[in-house]
Ligand binder design. Structure first.
Ligand SMILES: Cc1cc2nc3c(=O)[nH]c(=O)nc-3n(C[C@H](O)[C@H](O)[C@H](O)COP(=O)(O)OP(=O)(O)OC[C@H]3O[C@@H](n4cnc5c(N)ncnc54)[C@H](O)[C@@H]3O)c2cc1C
Length: 386
């Protein structure tokens, strides 16, 4: 009797080592025809897993390499795929499964080239690996996959287990959760941009976004876990204003914030800056944001579509245009959130923010730096960028 009770109480904890098998409920294109981007809305069922999450969290997906690429690697290396190997946890599996779920056969790494070079007598690889040739090596790696290396410099691998030393471990990919469990208790929704490009005469796909774009229709199952991020939460106080800067897929967590407010969990005044290339094709969740604006869930919406006019306009330009109002919100204690591109957008937004503070405080750039540092310390300037 006691044992039964203990078993009933036991809850399963899902993590990257023990992922939950989530069924895909929906997978549809958000971007319109003619868009240069392919951004998808994906809904994953949580069933009766008991998984909980909050706006600001991400879902981790353990991706699988495409079987065409796996078979091609096996063929090139003269393996059948049935060879037994041990995975990173020491569990027995076969080489086909290992190349599908455990090892990076996409994007080529310097470490792989270095290890591979020791198996071949290729003078070209030796040259790339010479001290001082990092730029040449980086140029070689850019746009190439493991298969390109195997084709370019064939080598013989005797022991399939050796591939676990040659190839990096396939890591899970994180995607901001775009829905609130207050409205959708049994699922998580994601906003995924499919990475797709041409290099060396082939179309390449990002491992995980490519899988979600091409091989994850409704009904299939994906191994997932929740990656909690307590540093990207809505303010505890339900009245504090919230400024959200989320161009492209960066808008995902803010859709979750808005759903949370719609569910009645706070009154936060909300201001969203959204941007992308063209309003006609790339205005993700347009109807929802406009409806939220109309019913007062969203208090302000500023959009920046870079290709809708002769000159480029980005979210940071809208922040500059609205800097007086931004300063007013900041003085009311607003939290400032940034999500999306870490390379260019986030630093440009920070510059626009600093300029706004420097100008409207009337106290110049040094004060703006201090102001930003204080906001960061108070956890009121928050970023989730990638
Ligand atoms: C906290 C967090 C939240 C995130 N949220 C989201 C989200 O909501 N939505 C979303 O879409 N993504 C999100 N991401 C990014 C996501 O996790 C993946 O990094 C992204 O989908 C790419 O993974 P992939 O496996 O598809 O591509 P990978 O197989 O990892 O390939 C991407 C790599 O391909 C290479 N590459 C790309 N373009 C080219 C080119 N033209 N030429 C040569 N090489 C190229 C680059 O090296 C690039 O790093 C988030 C990341 C983090 C850390």
């Amino acid at each position: 009797m006691q044992i039964e009770a203990a078993e009933t109480l036991e809850t399963t904890v899902y993590d990257r080592k023990h992922p939950y098998s989530a069924a895909v409920l929906d997978n549809h294109l958000l971007t319109g025809s003619g868009s240069e981007k392919e951004t998808r809305h994906i809904e994953l069922a949580l069933g009766n897993s008991g998984i909980t999450c909050l706006p600001g969290d991400s879902a981790g997906i353990l991706p699988a390499n495409p079987c065409t690429a796996v078979e091609e690697v096996l063929r090139r290396l003269s393996f059948t795929g049935d060879e037994p190997v041990k995975d990173f946890y020491g569990e027995l599996t076969d080489l086909r499964a290992a190349l599908t779920s455990w090892l990076v056969i996409g994007k080529l790494s310097g470490t792989t080239v270095r290890s591979w070079a020791s198996l071949t007598s290729s003078p070209e690889l030796a040259e790339l690996l010479r001290p001082g040739n990092k730029d040449k090596l980086d140029a070689y790696l850019w746009g190439r996959e493991f298969l390109d290396l195997v084709e370019h410099c064939p080598a013989k691998i005797e022991d399939p287990q050796q591939l676990f030393r040659l190839l990096p471990r396939l890591a899970p990919r994180l995607y901001s959760i775009a829905s609130s469990q207050a409205l959708h208790p049994d699922s998580v929704q994601l906003t995924v941009r499919v990475v797709r490009y041409e290099s060396y005469g082939r179309t390449r796909l990002g491992v995980c976004s490519g899988q979600l774009g091409e091989r994850a229709p409704a009904g299939c199952v994906l191994p997932i876990f929740i990656h909690s991020n307590k540093f990207f939460r809505l303010p505890d106080s339900p009245d504090v204003p919230v400024i959200m800067v989320g161009p492209g897929t960066g808008v995902a967590p803010f859709r979750a914030y808005l759903e949370h407010k719609q569910a009645g969990l706070g009154r936060w005044p909300m201001w969203l800056f959204f941007g992308d290339q063209r309003s006609a094709q790339d205005f993700l969740y347009r109807d929802e944001f406009e409806a939220w604006l109309a019913n007062g869930t969203l208090n302000r919406l500023d959009t920046a579509f870079s290709r809708d006019q002769a000159f480029k306009i980005y979210v940071q330009d809208r922040i500059r245009e609205q800097s007086a109002e931004l300063w007013r919100w900041l003085n009311q204690g607003a939290y400032f959130y940034v999500c999306g591109d870490s390379q260019r957008m986030a630093p440009d937004v920070e510059k626009a923010f600093l300029d706004a503070v420097a100008t409207h405080s009337g106290r110049g750039p040094d004060y703006a730096q201090e102001f930003l540092a204080t906001m960061k310390k108070q956890k009121r300037y928050l970023r989730d960028v990638y």
